[in-house]
Design a protein around this ligand. Structure first.
Ligand code: RBF
Length: 183
């Protein structure tokens, strides 16, 4: 037997200087909310990310996540340059609008009776990878692609039976900090 899933990192990660963006979809909101909370609370309690340095934005569906991530990353970079110009240069600690160090995109896709699911899954996974590689800012793939409602609930730690499952949002929070510090 082996322990399924991601093992804890052998290195310690201090997220106290990081600024992280969470973008989430509103489809299947109850499950999405659980995943967002898992990511948020893990970053704060386990990695010392300051709650005020976690910005949360929402979009309609998962298909919108890559575009939103790209635009919000670009805006944070432009804003930061403008602020530095206006203020005559600020240190990262003083600049609350400094660029994001990592982005977590969260959505829950559940297969229906048409091909929509396959198209959205493909577009979103390709799109999020592209945003990360194009911008140089780590983008975490926090999108569940499930065949049933129960699969989605269990992967948010909200399973109906005795097995509540595991909240994958916690792993996404950890991955965001680890990737942000990979410099
Ligand atoms: N968005 C999700 O985040 N999860 C879904 O399970 C989901 N299923 C959809 C099923 C259909 C038939 C349609 C039309 C849209 C669905 N969307 C879903 C919304 C999609 O991500 C996007 O918001 C819309 O297609 C508008 O671009």
């Amino acid at each position: 037997m082996f322990e399924k899933g991601v093992a804890s990192s052998t290195q310690s990660h201090d997220g106290s200087n990081l600024r992280v963006l969470i973008v989430h979809a509103r489809w299947n909101k109850e499950i999405v909310d659980g995943l967002v909370k898992g990511a948020h609370d893990t970053m704060v309690s386990k990695y010392n990310v300051k709650a005020e340095n976690i910005v949360t934005k929402e979009v309609s569906g998962s298909y919108e996540l890559p575009f939103a991530a790209k635009r919000l990353i670009s805006n944070s970079q432009v804003q930061s340059v403008t602020n530095n110009d206006l203020l005559g240069g600020t240190t990262p600690e003083e600049d609350t609008e400094r660029p994001f160090d990592a982005v977590i995109c969260i959505g829950v896709l559940i297969k229906g009776s048409t091909m929509h699911f396959e198209y959205i899954c493909d577009a979103v996974s390709q799109g999020l990878m592209r945003v990360g590689l194009d911008t140089g800012i780590p983008v975490i793939f926090g999108v569940l692609t499930c065949l049933t409602d129960d699969q989605a609930l269990e992967r948010a730690g909200m399973g109906k039976g005795s097995n509540k499952g595991h909240n994958h949002g916690e792993d996404w929070g950890a991955a965001a900090v680890e990737m942000a510090l990979l410099k």
